[in-house]
Design a protein around this ligand. Sequence first.
Ligand code: ZN
Length: 483
Amino acid sequence: MKKLLTCTFFIFLSTFTFSQNDISQLVATLLGDTPIEEDLQELCDKIGGRVTGAPSNAQAVEWGLQKFKTAGVSARKEAFTMPVLWLEKSTTARVSGDINFSPSVVSKYQSPPKKYRGELIYVGMGTAEEFEKVGAKVKGNFVLVEQDLCFNIDGLFAEYTSAAIAEIQARKYGAQGIVYMASRPKGLLYRFIGMKTSENDMPQIVMAREDAKRCIRILENGQLNIELNIDAEVGGEFISNNVIAEIKGSEKPEEIIIIGAHLDSWALGTGANDNGANVAMMIDIARQMKKLKIQPKRTIRFALWNGEEQGYFGSWAYTKDNLKSMDNHLMAMSIDIGSGAITGFFTNGNQELVSVVDKLLQPVAGLGDFTNINAPIVGTDNFDFMLQGVGNLVGNHKPQLYGQNYHASSDTFDKVDLKQLKVNSAIVAAVVLGFANMDKKEITWKRQTRPEIQKMFESFDLEFTMRMFNVWETWLSGERGRK
Ligand SMILES: [Zn+2]
């Protein structure tokens, strides 16, 4: 008995040491010289911006697939259907009345291509009270909505929220369209989605901050009209592809840890911090694992999601296609907040995961200062896993240059913190491999049931946020998420 015990203990110890060795080897390799920088530069500079449905997006899919295959990692394309095609060709505006000039503008996603004309009506930040003051003047015209300056991710969420409040009011008062003042200075333009995402039917544009401020000053005592010309390639449903790479588990191949970053981007910039940097990270982690011949106990899937910017259509499709094996998906991780230092992970309404991730971060404790936060993130590819009740994480990062360049023409390769990206890769790799090699008894979280998910949404007061991204109704109707 004693001998058996010693023997069992020895085996346990050696397995443990073996997996810890794997983690430290992988971390060291990722921190060393790898092609992550070259990969990212190719994706950003050579392929460039890659809106789902554009030829550059299809090129990026082939590029991602080849990167995995060249590294010897098994990978495939997985097709899914996008609801509509919308590719902006150009948006121009002309302001006339008390002054005449052509402000710089860009359309929000799915603004119908057409020529428009109306009076420009200033509605402050676009709250219910401000709309009430302006009242009937809004009907059939364009409202000009002010925005606070955005510096970081909190600023982005504040902007999504205030823009959604203004959109609700604009529709209520019968506005023809919305002109949002850009939240970033110096003429910087960027693309957002509206509250109805792919079902939007209202022209909505972002106007350069300085141009919008000029209009507001004139409107204090004056009158202005706006003419808009939105030109876009539009169409119905079309096929897009995720890229799914896989390293099979040696002991529990049917159990899956999935980690992903989205390959698509808006095309004003070249999708560098959002999210080319983390696409390059996925490829580099898989490549170095393969190179080191690391065999995880569970299967690790590396996903390059597509159609994220329009409403996480690629990851949603994945959850539908893999519905039968959702119970076997133990963890779904998303990395989508740029290249600033990872400060921990959002555990998305699963308190149990906070201490689990704390423990998994221990081998890389020297690489950062980590605090995991149990808050649900709506707005990226973890979302449909959250709706399925699957344990899911989103990497949290220091703001670095993320917020101010978000979806903007300035989101280019030069904004990526390349040194930090490598450190982030090492952190993420340690957590992924930690999940894949975890002992059964350490898996203390469970897949949430539909009532548990609903209760979690209520406790975090998530309804407005989900409505803001057009995902509340589909959750309620059962079209999206766990039945
Ligand atoms: Zn993103």
